[in-house]
Structure formats: structure tokens, C-alpha cells
Design a protein around this ligand. Sequence first.
Ligand code: PGA
Length: 253
Amino acid sequence: MARRTIVAGNWKLNKTTDETRQLVRELRNKLAGLDSAALVVVCPPMTSLETAVDAASETGIAVGAQNVHWESSGAFTGEVSREMLEAIGVEYVLIGHSERRTLFGETDGDVNLKLLSVLRGALTPIVCLGEVLEQREAGETEAVVRGQVRAALADVAPDHVPRLVVAYEPVWAIGTGKTATSEMANDVHRLIRGTIADMFGGAAADGVSILYGGSVKPENADSLMAESDIDGVLVGGASLEAESFAAIVRAAP
Ligand code: PGA
């Protein structure tokens, strides 16, 4: 199965509804007429999702949430469910972003519960993982990443694997201006694909899009996406301006 090229913007805790409408409009104008196979996704904060869906309608730009809870409803103050996201036209959701893990205590077990819940519905999950600096320096990247993949994807039904998107984001490269070199990132992408192949078979693993994230900019996007196993990018800071995000979309093969 052909892998999808995806360029996703993670807006994090940025943009009011007015700013969201404005940014989506600017993006639409900058991307109009672009002949690209890349799927473009923006992930604004929860309060801006509906505005983004509205502003992006008929533009080819899809909208993703930054988080989701695994329960459908109930006494879970502050959470939203996949059903709620689906009902307003959201199509993607980030799961297990490193900021959720490190700042909000999300565990591999939580990531797995969220993924299994999302796969019961219609959203496309983007499962984020990656090592922290101490782990890389201690030579633990391979073990950490393998463990994160195995834990996140535990009990996924084989027929759901084609819907998976994984984002490798070395935590030391997020928001720091430090990017993994393209080769360094591609090595980890191959390791992730190999781990998925061990779990679900090589053909299934071949169909999974694996994105790179961590200080992606217009200047490094094309060399990253030129690598054999880098199927797109997850962009934080550079997704907050239409010009830089559009330049990254244009860099997609
Ligand atoms: P950054 O963030 O591009 O600002 O490094 C990436 C991310 O956290 O998804």
C-alpha cells in the first residue's frame, strides 16, 4: 500500500478563534493551485477546532486535534472524546505528544488506550514518540523507541494498521532549533518501521506513514522528506505562520 505524505502543523497553545480563521485563510491562499500529493493537516487548540473545520472546508486542508480521551463520555473533567471530535468534522488527532507525556504525565499505557479508542472510530491517529536527550546520550534511543512503539501499538487489530500514522519526534529537537540530521532521523524511522514489521508483518509496516518532528523549517524540510522512510513532517513553531508552513508543504515530494 502506498504511504501517504503528510505535512501536519501542531499549533500547541496558540491562536484564538479569530487568529485561527485568519491563518487558515492565509494558508488556503498560499496553497491554492499547488499540485502536491501531500495531505495538509492543521492541529489548533480545542477551542479553535470548529472554526478551523469551517475555514478549511473545500480547501483540501484537514483539521486535527492535539489530544483525545479514550472514554466516550462520563466523569472526566476537562477531557473530550473521539466522538465529540468526529461530530465537528475533525479528521486527525495527535496522541502521546512529548509535551503531553512530560508536562502532563501521559504514559505509554494512556497512549495505547487513546489509540485503541480512536481506531474504533473514524479519526486518523498520529502517534507521537521519541527519546529524550539523556536517553540518546546514553545510547538508549533504539531500546526506548522500540519500547514506545510496542507499548503504543499493543493490541491494535491488524486491519487497523493501514490507518496508523506515527510521528518520530526526538524530544531534544522539539522547539530547540536542534534538528536530527536527515540520516539520523531516517535510521530511527527504519527502526520504527522494523518494529511495526515485527508486530504486524512487513507489508503492513510498509504502508504506515512515519513523520519526523522537531524544529522542522522550510530550510530542512526537503532534505528530511527526501529520505526513504520519512513520509512527512509534524511542525510546531514553523506552522504558526502561513508563509513558513506553506513553504514546508511545497517542499513535500
Ligand atoms: P517544533 O515542534 O517544530 O516547534 O520543534 C514540533 C512538535 O512539537 O510537534
